[in-house]
Write a protein that binds this ligand. Structure first.
Ligand code: PMP
Length: 381
């Protein structure tokens, strides 16, 4: 019999049965009153859960579309943009902005560390920036940015739109749009929401909506806020066909979040991450992100010297767990393990036990059960 494969890459994450069932429902017309009501309710819930008094957009696309949408609606050719990068996904904004003819300044950290908030403040004081981007959790490094602290500092720079990439954070790392002074937060469906890939969600406050208005016509068509605002206010109207079943799937995910309680969800992620990271360190992996900056959504694990990455991940897949490889300079030297979304203690125990078996089969030094033991100690706390 084939071993069941658990998808533990940092997105897509495991999709629970009730969410899968929404994908399998008979598709209705987007103007169907039941669907319109569901869509409206979903948008309202997203505003409340993430404390956004502005607009919420739910549109077919992936996280990268959220990046592009945030930039396209708040900047024009020739504007200055500051990119705060903690890795590969922070860097993705560079080409995206350069292609739009924006003047890009970059503040990068060494992988595993953050750019100090004081450095960001200094840079912002040098000239007028139309927008600044910060990746809440950079999936390439597992580093979590201090978005609330940065938001507080941003009060000194009211002309700059503060854009937060929440693709690998939203619904797991605490995010309160209004309270944290975030102007645009965006994410994708496939990570901590536990929905298949295919939707982009954005939370946009009044300041960013006003900025969009002030730009007049923008070159982008599908991703224009102005085109979508009437639809988000009344989903029975048509602009471009909504992803009906994906919207239902996201609605089910939000129902699960409300049932758990969002604060409880944040706390579960925090506890699970601490348990997983302690177990993985016991097994001899080094966590790339420095202490105090570690994400709750994933762990980026540097191998002990001499580990064959392809062999290890191949054996791990055979044993039933899919993980992702390292990016950039860490390709071949690290693996990335997601532990976010709708997963439970069964999954965590299974993941650590499977990693132990793969290590054993790869000829790595491992005491079977040691990582599981440490994990269990945390889980019973
Ligand atoms: N930002 C971050 C932090 C990500 O992790 C990812 C995807 N891994 C993206 C943006 C891009 O999202 P997508 O692959 O859905 O386009």
């Amino acid at each position: 019999m084939k071993t069941r494969k658990l998808v533990m890459i940092p997105g897509p994450t495991p999709v629970t049965r009730s969410i899968q069932d929404q994908m399998g429902r008979e598709t209705v017309a987007f103007g169907d009153p039941e669907f319109v009501k569901d869509f409206k309710g979903l948008l309202e819930d997203l505003k409340v859960l993430f404390k956004c008094s502005g607009e919420v957009f739910v549109i077919a696309g992936s996280g990268t579309m959220g990046m592009e949408m945030a930039i396209a609606n708040t900047t024009k050719k020739g504007d200055n943009v500051l990119i705060v990068s903690h890795g590969f996904f922070g860097d993705r904004f560079i080409e995206l902005c350069e292609r739009k003819g924006l003047n890009v300044d970059i503040l990068s950290s060494e992988w595993g560390k953050i750019v100090p908030v004081e450095k960001i403040r200094e840079k912002l004081g040098e000239k007028k920036y139309a927008a600044m981007t910060v990746t809440h959790v950079d999936t390439s490094t597992g580093v979590c940015a201090p978005v609330a602290e940065i938001g507080k500092m941003m009060k000194e720079f009211p002309e700059t739109i503060y854009i937060v990439d929440g693709v690998c954070a939203t619904a797991a790392e605490p995010e309160y749009v209004d309270d944290m002074g975030i102007d645009i937060l965006f994410t994708g469906s496939q990570k901590a929401f536990g929905v298949p890939p295919g939707l982009t969600m954005l939370w946009v406050n009044q300041k960013a909506l006003d900025k969009r208005k002030s730009l007049g016509s923008i070159p982008e068509y599908f991703i224009d806020f102005e085109k979508w605002i009437p639809i988000m206010n009344d989903p029975s109207k048509y602009y471009a066909t909504p992803a009906v079943n994906m919207v239902w799937a996201l609605k089910e995910s939000v129902r699960i979040i409300k049932e758990e309680g969002i604060e409880n969800r944040y706390e579960r992620h925090r506890k699970n991450a601490a348990a997983m990271q302690a177990a993985l360190e016991t097994l001899g992996f080094r966590i790339l992100a420095e202490k105090g900056r570690r994400a709750v959504t994933l762990s980026n694990l540097v191998y002990p010297e001499g580990t064959d990455d392809a062999k290890f991940r191949g054996l791990l897949a055979e044993e039933g767990i899919m993980v992702a490889g390292g990016l950039g300079a860490y390709a071949g030297k690290m693996f990335r393990l997601g532990h976010m979304g709708n997963i439970d203690k069964h999954d965590l125990v299974s993941v650590i036990a499977t990693i132990e078996r793969a290590m054993y089969r790869a000829g790595m030094t491992v005491e079977l059960g040691k990582g599981v033991g440490v994990l269990q100690q945390h889980l019973v706390k």
